[in-house]
Design a protein around this ligand. Structure first.
Ligand code: ATP
Length: 440
């Protein structure tokens, strides 16, 4: 058996540089020196991130009659986090170096006796539990009654709405509630670009099942979720499903597996799939005093559903897609950078490139742009020499470029160029939409 691919450390800087150069991701507040591991998504990044979220939503909600969507508040009262256990347990062990004052997460230090910043030995304080939730206050009056928290995960919004959703939709287990949205964690050591940030986006689904079916559905969702990344173009040898060891499991979870991707620094989590049992609904029922269960009329039993949760990170996943797609090849002795992104997550599906800025080409090219833009995410670029424009589209992963040239005025046809092979075909202008549909 082969050992599989090795991590490529050089890929990290290549992708980070490309992100800045082409407008995928910018450091937040960059003109002020940047702000604490926060990032802004640029003109092409925002398109790609939206595509990643749409691809997840299509698979997890749109194509399923057993899963419904939800969008819950980011701000929440302490009661939610008391019941969920986050106030008590959502902590990382924090140590300070007495010499240089830097702080670290003890469980991520390679050598817990040596400070990675200043090299001092035995300079760390005792580890103390640091809660990762951002606390704020809601309203103009301070005091404990005004305490509020930014959610550290989207999941609890789905648990506290279990009864609202179940009664309004009449869904019966097995059924799921899915949500995409921002989460906030005051990470001690954010880093590796957008892999670990304090503000990020999650894509989570809570699948409520009869308790005796939980093991079956857990297996099912592990497979479904792994296949999602493969179908969107990540090579299977860059992915693995890693079951948690017993000592890694949360106290309420009977089984958890992580889907991991081979990042430039090694394997890292993209998504966790957990069998959470009935822990969450039981906790919220107890703390709120509201019944959160299900009466199965056919079998005349009442039970609290078990939950299988596939929890993925949208921003982290976008980074994995970028890293998996990054490639270089040689064209006419020049190195070409190309993002071999799956068409459904590429920022643009197609770009219209008029060969010249002369009005006789610009006008019909703009008309073609308007027609394509009704159907596809379409770019329009008239700026530089055509070769440079092709390179730019290759670098942002646009699968097809449509070139409008002077011959187009006579033969009413355009040239379509495919990103991966650079092959070109001539197609009547009226057939471009259909051609793209057939070839995507
Ligand atoms: P990690 O072990 O990397 O801290 P986790 O196990 O705490 O992650 P979960 O709580 O399972 O993560 O969250 C689900 C997903 O949300 C993760 O798989 C990841 O993709 C994403 N995620 C979690 N924390 C962050 C973060 N700080 N920045 C970006 N994405 C994150």
């Amino acid at each position: 058996m082969s050992d599989g691919p090795s991590p490529k450390p050089e890929l990290f800087d290549q992708v980070v540089n490309l992100c800045k150069r082409r407008g995928f991701v910018f450091q937040s507040a960059e003109i002020y020196g940047g702000f604490r591991s926060t990032y802004d998504y640029g003109p092409v990044g925002v398109l790609m991130l939206r595509n990643v979220k749409d691809a997840w939503w299509r698979t997890m909600v749109q194509r399923r009659h057993d899963v419904v969507g939800l969008d819950t508040a980011i701000l929440g009262p302490p009661q939610i986090w008391e019941a969920s256990g986050h106030l008590q347990n959502f902590t990382d062990p924090l140590v300070d170096c007495r010499e240089c004052g830097q702080r670290f997460r003890e469980d991520t230090l390679n050598d817990p006796g040596t400070c990675p910043n200043c090299g001092s030995t035995d300079s760390f304080t005792e580890a103390r539990n640091f809660n990762l939730m951002f606390k704020t206050q809601a309203g103009p009056v301070t005091g404990s009654g005004a305490d509020a928290y930014l959610r550290p995960e989207t999941a609890q919004g789905m648990f506290v709405n279990y009864a609202n959703v179940q009664t309004s939709t009449r869904k019966k287990p097995p059924f799921g509630i899915a949500q995409i949205g921002k989460s906030f964690r005051n990470e001690i050591t954010p880093g590796n670009f957008v892999f670990r940030t304090r503000e990020f986006e999650q894509m989570e689904m809570e699948y409520f099942v009869p308790p005796d079916e939980a093991a079956k559905w857990y297996e099912y969702w592990c497979n479904e979720r792994l296949n999602w990344y493969i179908e969107l173009g990540i090579s299977p040898d860059l992915l693995r499903l890693r079951p948690h060891e017993d000592d890694e499991l949360s106290h309420y979870s009977s089984s958890t597996s992580d889907i991991e991707f081979l990042f430039p620094w090694g394997w890292g989590e993209l998504e966790g799939i957990a069998n959470r049992g009935d822990y969450d609904l039981q906790q919220h029922a107890e703390h709120s005093g509201k019944a959160l269960d299900f009466y199965d009329q056919a079998n005349e039993v009442r039970y609290v559903p078990y939950v299988i949760e596939p929890a993925a990170g949208a921003t982290r996943t976008m980074m994995a897609f970028l890293m998996a797609a990054y490639d270089t090849d040689t064209v006419n002795d020049d190195e070409r950078t190309v993002l071999r992104l799956h068409p459904s997550i590429a920022p643009f599906t197609v770009a219209v490139l008029p060969l010249s800025k002369k009005p006789q080409l610009m006008e019909p090219a703009q008309k073609l742009f308007s027609e394509l833009a009704e159907h596809f995410s379409t770019d329009f670029d008239e700026t530089q020499a055509i070769g440079r424009r092709y390179r730019r589209q290759d670098e942002i992963g646009t699968p097809y470029c449509v070139t409008f040239d002077f011959d187009s005025l006579d033969d009413e046809a355009v040239t379509i160029r495919y990103r991966d092979t650079m092959e070109q075909v001539r197609i009547p202008i009226t057939g471009v939409v259909q051609w793209l549909r057939d070839n995507l």
